[in-house]
Write a protein that binds this ligand. Sequence first.
Ligand code: HEM
Length: 179
Amino acid sequence: MKGIVFTEFLDMVEKKFGYEVVDHIIEKSELPSDGIYTSVGTYHHSEVVQLLMNLSDKVEIEPMVLLKEFGKYLFDTFLGQYPQFFSAHDNSFDFLMSIDNHIHVEVQKLYPEATLPKFDSEVLADGRMIMVYQSERKMAALAEGLMEKAFLHYDENCEVSKEVLKEDGSEVKFTISKK
Ligand code: HEM
């Protein structure tokens, strides 16, 4: 997993919970990296899982709630670093459609070692949008946070419903309706 995920995650923890909590979760986790990350480095996915679980224990908030919050935080990072991916579209559905066929394709070219999810997306005749998330890393909650911020960014009022297609969380179907 790319270092940007780790550096941003620890930044979020510091801003929301303070530096002591950052220190605590790094100490509690068994990290081959020793908790030292650079945004261009690549680290094992299990490191972020450990940091998330230890954060959840410490602050007594469900891991999936924290992961969704992290998605919202990461949206602003991406918006700041890659504004062209956002300005290319004037509505959230077009933007979300572009993740799998453009944004993550470019990310993969830049960072061949990146491990990205797959999204099967379509806009239905009734105006709703379906996004089926697939990834062995089971981070659909991260996607949900990113999506929610995308609706705000495009100034839309959308409702998202979720259906877990595989019990382990590796496949989740999102149905989005504009209100
Ligand atoms: C400009 C916008 C975006 C950029 C530059 C971007 C880039 C990235 C990068 C660098 C990673 C980490 C890959 C790795 O660590 O190996 C990642 C992971 C991920 N991205 Fe994106 N992304 C963007 C937008 C989105 C949006 C809007 C969504 C959700 C709808 C999304 C969903 C995810 C998820 C869920 C992961 C975690 C990996 C997994 O689930 O397997 N991304 N993305």
